[in-house]
Design a protein around this ligand. Structure first.
Ligand code: PXP
Length: 255
């Protein structure tokens, strides 16, 4: 299983002062040294954290892979086509949200056509395209219909029910994990690679990492939060170790 580290919130700290530190490009190097298999950044239309300069420099410095998250807007797709990251993940974006709240709504034909056009444009540049969707059947089938290479299953609901698991919601965790596993299997059956992410933490990641059909996790806030306290390399290595245990990997073999 690949672990991609989302470094947006290194840039959030920088933008709090509109200065030049901490630099997400330096953070990416340390994340790679800690064992990250890829670096994810979300270039939001309002540029609240990651800047165009960051993406350009990451393209020159990251040795693993850059996964660029963007809205499916023509100007954002044009930036991706120019920079040519290895992968693009298309996400819904609302300016007033604190973070990406839901998956793409692919049940509506007009949206599906708009996303499909973005997918075609990106794939023509040999960029792998993932769509950030809920794990339900309609979303996964809708994603397959666009011609995308992969889905990234939204684990926000899982993270939400997990928080309450020790108090009341054991049934919720069983239900949400089963929904993720079913969505992942359906995606694979439809020829899609399967990623997952959003709200994953050191405490709640194990059951998701153990779902066999999921091959990539994108984790940001929890790792950056730990990195503030213990340093980026150790924060990434700690997460990687949990994921390897979840996959039943012993040291020396590959996840
Ligand atoms: N995947 C996607 C598509 C996201 O938008 C985000 C948040 O930017 C993440 C993963 C990472 O979520 P978190 O920061 O909660 O780990």
């Amino acid at each position: 299983m690949r672990l991609h580290i989302n470094i947006d919130h290194v840039a959030t700290v920088r933008q709090a002062r509109r200065t030049d530190e901490p630099d997400p490009v330096r953070a990416a190097v340390l994340a790679e040294l800690g064992g990250a298999d890829g670096i994810t950044v979300h270039l939001r239309e309002d540029r609240r954290h990651i800047q165009d300069r960051d993406v350009r420099l990451l393209m020159q410095t990251v040795r693993t892979a850059v996964n660029l998250e963007i809205a499916a807007a023509p100007d954002m797709v044009a930036i991706a086509c120019e920079l040519k990251p290895m992968a693009v993940t298309l996400v819904p974006e609302r300016r007033e949200e604190i973070t990406t709240e839901g998956g793409l709504d692919l049940t509506d034909g007009a949206t599906r056509d708009r996303i499909g056009a973005a997918v075609a444009r990106l794939r023509a540049e040999r960029i792998r395209v993932a769509l950030f969707v809920s794990a339900d059947e309609a979303s996964v089938r809708g994603a397959a219909a666009t011609g995308a290479d992969a889905v990234e299953l939204h684990t926000g609901k899982w993270a939400g029910v997990w928080r309450g698991a020790h108090i009341v919601d054991a049934a919720g965790t069983t239900r949400e994990r089963a929904a993720l596993a079913a969505g992942a299997d359906l995606a694979r059956a439809n020829g899609l690679d399967v990623h997952a992410g959003h709200g994953l933490t050191y405490e709640n990641v194990t059951p998701v990492a153990a779902i066999p059909a999921i091959e990539e996790l994108n984790i940001g806030h929890a790792v950056i939060s730990r990195a503030v306290l213990v340093g980026m390399e150790r924060a990434v290595a700690d997460m990687k170790a949990i994921i390897r245990r979840a996959r039943g990997v012993t040291s020396g073999s590959s996840a």
